[in-house]
Design a protein around this ligand. Sequence first.
Ligand SMILES: C[S@@+](CC[C@H](N)C(=O)[O-])C[C@H]1O[C@@H](n2cnc3c(N)ncnc32)[C@H](O)[C@@H]1O
Length: 507
Amino acid sequence: MVCPILHLHMHKRIERQSDWRIDRRSYSDWLGERASLFPSQLRLDRPNVRSAVFLALLEAQDQPMTYRDIGRCLARKRVTGAPEGVGSVPVMTLRVAVSELSHRLNRAPGFRLKTLKIGREARFQLQLDRARTASFLGVGANAPRLDPQINDPRAIAETLVRDGGGLPFSSLYSTYRAASWWLSISTKTALEKRNYEAGSIKAYGIREHLSQSANHVFFAALAPGEGLGEVSILEQLLRPKYGSPVKVHYWALDTSEILMMSHYQLLTHTFADEISRGDLTITPMTGDLYRIQEYLTSVPVLAQARTRCQSTLVTFLGNCLGNNEGKEWDFFKMVDAAFPRPQPLAILVGVSCERTQDKGEVVPENYTLDPFFTEVPRYLLQDLKLLESRNDRDECIESSEFIFDKSDLQYRALVPGERYSTPNGVCGSVYRFHYSLRHRLALKGGAQSVAKGTPILLYSIIKYDLDSLLRFIKARGFAVKAPPEYPIQRISEGNEEFRYATFAVLR
Ligand SMILES: C[S@@+](CC[C@H](N)C(=O)[O-])C[C@H]1O[C@@H](n2cnc3c(N)ncnc32)[C@H](O)[C@@H]1O
């Protein structure tokens, strides 16, 4: 007869050990969206001890783990659905799980489970080859989701000719030449802007606003381009200097595949640790920002992520608002509807502002038509031959005499500023970049065309009268944080100096 006290104690211990179970919610939180990053043989979509052991070993990276270490990690992640120490997974179960995992890993390319014996204790370590690590940590299988309709060159060519010469802003960075040109010229301004944009998070109390009830934030970065500002903002959320970090699901949406790839690479290189720990999950995507509601409901990974997040941050930086005339209300209305109450929402917007002298007169900008703006039509004409230049005898003009010739004087002419004012009272100055056609521009085969001499609109830049924009937003019931709470930034470029401001719309 075993001593009754001992018997009781052993019974309690077995009882405590046996009441563990895998907590699906905690497991899927921990896994995030990484399942598709790993070989299907591992079946990480199945929340069980073997999958959890894999995540624990992955998180430990180069640190060999004992069974007890693994058990503690699972309890810390609350994957066993019980507070630490109670109901932890029995070592025997871990033994079986580790051996099963080892078998599966042997069938998964690039992976293996290394067992080390230190004294009598076994330790386990996941071995990945570096190249595969980089891909599994972020580049590769789960690379940007590309929406083939976006920036279809035929559609752009048709729009350009059908609309009497209007190039959709969304297509401006769509060609490899345009995107690489942008990456090469934007860096100086982008570097100056990034710290200013990141500083807005603290200045406008955005983290407090978002994390009032959240430890998981949905971050939608609209039209980030190379997204230096967004990366600095992510650092504020994931590696805050003060207060506790939040988990982030980051959705980047841009129409330019090339800029999206460069942004995605920067993200995965900058946040490799956070991604491997599951603190940061990313959905990079090419698509049209004016269709976010559709994407949020039709893209499963976004819908899932939204269920895990308790608040939303939306960024729209770099005066993208000021590149689309008359769309101010459409933008805020769309974002407000896409991320409905009661979730806290913060929209951080960066816009260019008018420069004024002491008595309030607006200082005109010295813009000229940059060859960058004619890059897409040139690509459609020269590289893809979807467009033709036709002379007065309606003959197709050979490439040498092509229009969009950079030596053309119109590239040196100053672009006049015009008064900008919308029915909603938003005003400022607008600079419209036109190129006057030297010849008739036709769709291949000549079915549709734009007449010689037509000024085609390539790009617009609005310099906002910031107060008018903020007044308009406040009048629609939104709380706004804006300069002078956080000063307007002065950006100098050559002899030019620009004014750039961020403001936050908080709901
Ligand atoms: C001026 S650039 C970069 C802006 C960037 N946010 C910044 O702060 O520098 C504009 C970006 O907007 C993207 N874009 C333009 N129209 C878009 C649309 N409708 N949907 C998504 N992205 C768009 C372009 O591809 C480009 O990456």
